[in-house]
Write a protein that binds this ligand. Sequence first.
Ligand code: GAR
Length: 194
Amino acid sequence: MKKSNGKLNYNIAIFISGRGSNLKSIIKSSLKKKTLYKVKIVISNRKKAEGLLFAKKMGIKNYFFDFTKSKKIGGRVLNLLKKNSIKLVCLAGFMRILPSYFIKSFNGKIINIHPSLLPKYKGLNTHEKVILNNEIYTGCTVHYVNKFLDSGKIIAQRKVRITKKDTVKSIEKKVLKIEHKVYPKAIDKVLSNL
Ligand code: GAR
């Protein structure tokens, strides 16, 4: 399907667990018709994720799946992705590790945003770790998802300066601000190479 500006329109799925500020920026960028993608479905592992309400408000199909029952659920989610011709899965604050068979089935087509300059500070509590290590810079990284935590090939990265006065909260705010700019562009970069 072609967009009015002549660019291809790829269906993508966003996986979230909570607030969904990245989801919002990804959707908003696509509405400005500046992207190669269309957010077709939103999936959450938490029923009450705020981001699900936003998806609903925007008229985007949204689903809750209990990923703790992973074997059964994985198959159902994969079917849903297939049914909606999803070309790329984007994890945006999705706080669960996907089962390896799921990653294998959607090989090379799952990406994630992480709030640090990978390979530094994988996993949780990245901003605390940045403060403890007296870092001058932190940032965000968009990377491919493989079976190892926060270890796939890096697609895009952006850094932000921090000072001694910064707190976990203020760093979170600074990092989120750049995440919102970096992720939509990184998604387009991946899609343009498909
Ligand atoms: C973002 O900072 C994202 O990088 C991080 O969770 C936040 C989600 O915010 N993701 C991870 O830590 C993944 N390990 P959002 O729900 O407002 O987009």
